[in-house]
Ligand binder design. Structure first.
Ligand code: HEM
Length: 523
């Protein structure tokens, strides 16, 4: 969010002198308005750093947001009240407070703030992840869980997952036999995209190099907008800057590309005429994928409290894609990066995997059951590198007091899962990659990520907690076990300790540079 100043600067300097004067005039008006505003009616707000007129605390958020919030929390405490422009924001940075927000007062904090870019791209927030709390959210989430994300469903996708893993292994083998390096980041992205596409849309939508690249570019742009800093959300009177710097045009272009893609998916499904009812009562239940189910619901509105329109179908399909692909491939990226930097741990986990595989070329899900060390490695990577370090922002639905402080209704709530995952109060040697902490007799043996242990919340918790945990974990474990079983991995050149571990800037904490390795077949 330190981008706010650069952003304004870019928008303003690219304009003509008249616009610069207009801008200055508006700024003066805004300062006067700010100065003359009555004092807030809440006197006992949580601690807050000093703020500036108009931008509030935005200027204090330099660099990667979760790191900036963590640095501020070290000074102002785990419950901090910021003004991000005009948006009052509560930043939570301790496990106890996260429990208060996501468990004790979950019913108060279960909504999401409205952000303009998400609203435009998600058909007016007709999705699940960004939609406000209410009956529409409840029903949308239920459909996703019942039709796609519950344990039984996830298990039924096993063969599809294994097929995709096999294809990834073949690609890696091909690269290794031709002495080429393997761009693992790219492999993980296409594996997770294909896995979700096949299960949710019935087929892959990236066949052919060009189509694949185009789809990925469109989706990258989409994810960028979901996490982009939008001046209009925080200083609405400066919304016009987005016209000047071209952001609005880019947004519209992205929306129209995504909409065309979803039209194609839907046309394919209507063409196949295998629409079923969401209660599973239709004829071709066996063949039906998630898109079919959504279209069935659209047709059969009588089964629902709120009728689903075409926009709802599109938004929810998009949600599954957006929520389920990047997060999963980022997890794989960081896990392999940590293993490369820790060769001893890499050897230990490979030994466990290979002892269980006993020469099998394709590990199946049944084999994973006994791989406790592999699971600890994955947990440790999620602890140090939660793919959504600030989860997805929440919003309070009514006034409440927290630890004696006033929290007004409609306060945006940011939970710093990344900072909590490294809090020395809960973690021994918190900065160290040490998977054994999660093993039997380890210091965090009983700690899990399913939303009961608030020091470890990479998937969030409570009503808005991630419903895709089982879907994600089954793909990640299977992919990891197989690539560790089949290949020995190394950096093409250089010392593993020098591997770039910088994070990129966005809603997801992706690795700033791609992970490129050499793979040597083990068998
Ligand atoms: C490693 C992979 C994943 C991670 C780390 C992750 C993490 C998260 C987090 C932190 C949230 C917000 C939780 C909160 O506000 O308390 C979330 C929400 C959500 N996730 Fe995931 N997720 C992953 C994979 C998936 C997958 C595979 C799907 C579906 C295919 C999915 C679907 C969703 C949905 C629909 C929501 C919104 C829930 C709501 O607002 O009610 N996620 N996820």
């Amino acid at each position: 969010m330190n981008r706010v100043l650069q952003f304004l600067e870019r928008g303003i300097t690219s304009a003509n002198p008249f616009l610069m004067y207009l801008c200055f005039f508006l700024f003066v008006l805004l300062v006067i308005k700010f100065k003359t505003q009555g004092a807030t009616k809440y006197k006992n707000l949580p601690p807050s750093p000093p703020k500036l007129p108009i931008i509030g605390n935005l200027h204090q958020l330099r660099g990667i947001p979760h790191q900036a919030y963590r640095a501020l929390a070290q000074k102002y405490g785990p419950l901090m009240y910021l003004h991000l422009g005009c948006k009052p924001t509560l930043v939570v940075s301790s496990a106890d407070l996260a429990r208060a927000v996501m468990k004790t007062y979950d019913h108060v904090f279960a909504s999401r703030p409205e952000m303009m870019f998400s609203k435009r791209l998600l058909y007016g927030l007709m999705d699940v992840a960004f939609t406000p709390y209410g009956e529409y959210w409840r029903q949308g989430r239920k459909v996703c869980v019942v039709q796609l994300l519950n344990a039984k469903k996830v298990q039924s996708f096993q063969s599809s997952r294994e097929e995709e893993i096999n294809l990834m292994l073949e690609k890696i083998e091909h690269a290794s036999l031709s002495n080429s390096v393997v761009n693992l980041s790219e492999m993980f992205t296409s594996f997770t995209n294909d896995n979700v596409c096949k299960i949710a849309f019935g087929r892959k939508y990236n066949e052919g190099e060009l189509a694949g690249r185009q789809l990925r570019t469109i989706l990258n742009e989409f994810t960028y907008f979901l996490g982009a800093f939008n001046i209009a959300d925080f200083i609405p009177s400066l919304a016009w800057v987005n016209y000047l710097n071209g952001l609005n045009a880019r947004l519209e272009q992205n929306f129209s590309q995504i909409d065309s893609f979803l039209d194609e998916v839907i046309e394919d499904h209507i063409g196949k005429k295998k629409i079923i009812n969401d209660d599973g009562g239709g004829k071709n239940e066996e063949e039906a994928d998630f898109a079919d189910v959504m279209l069935g619901i659209e047709k059969d509105a009588s089964t629902h409290f709120i009728p689903f329109a075409r926009e709802c179908t599109k938004a929810i399909l998009l949600d599954m894609f957006a929520a389920g692909t990047d997060t999963t491939s980022i997890t794989l990226d960081w896990t392999m990066s940590e293993l490369i930097r820790h060769p001893k741990i890499m050897k230990e986990v490979q030994k466990e995997v290979r002892d269980i595989a006993r020469g099998k070329l394709l590990i199946t899900e049944n084999d994973i059951e006994g791989m406790h060390y592999l699971r600890s490695v994955l947990k440790e990577a999620l602890r140090l590198h939660p793919p959504l370090p600030l989860l997805v922002p929440r919003e309070s639905m009514e006034y409440i007091t927290l630890q004696g402080y006033d929290i007004p209704a409609k306060t945006m709530v940011i939970i710093n899962a990344a900072a909590i995952g490294r809090d020395p109060k809960y973690w021994e040697e918190p900065e160290k990659f040490w998977p054994k902490r999660f093993l039997k007799n380890g210091t965090s043996a009983s700690v899990d990520f399913r939303g009961q242990d608030f020091q470890f919340i990479p998937f969030g918790a409570g009503k808005r907690g991630c419903p895709g945990i089982t879907f994600a974990i089954s793909a990640v474990e299977l992919a990891l076990a197989n690539i560790l079983n089949r290949f020995d991995w190394a950096l093409p050149n250089g010392n593993a300790k020098d591997l770039d571990m910088q994070e990129g800037f966005g809603i997801t904490a992706f690795k700033n540079t791609e992970l490129v390795l050499t793979a040597k077949p083990h068998y």
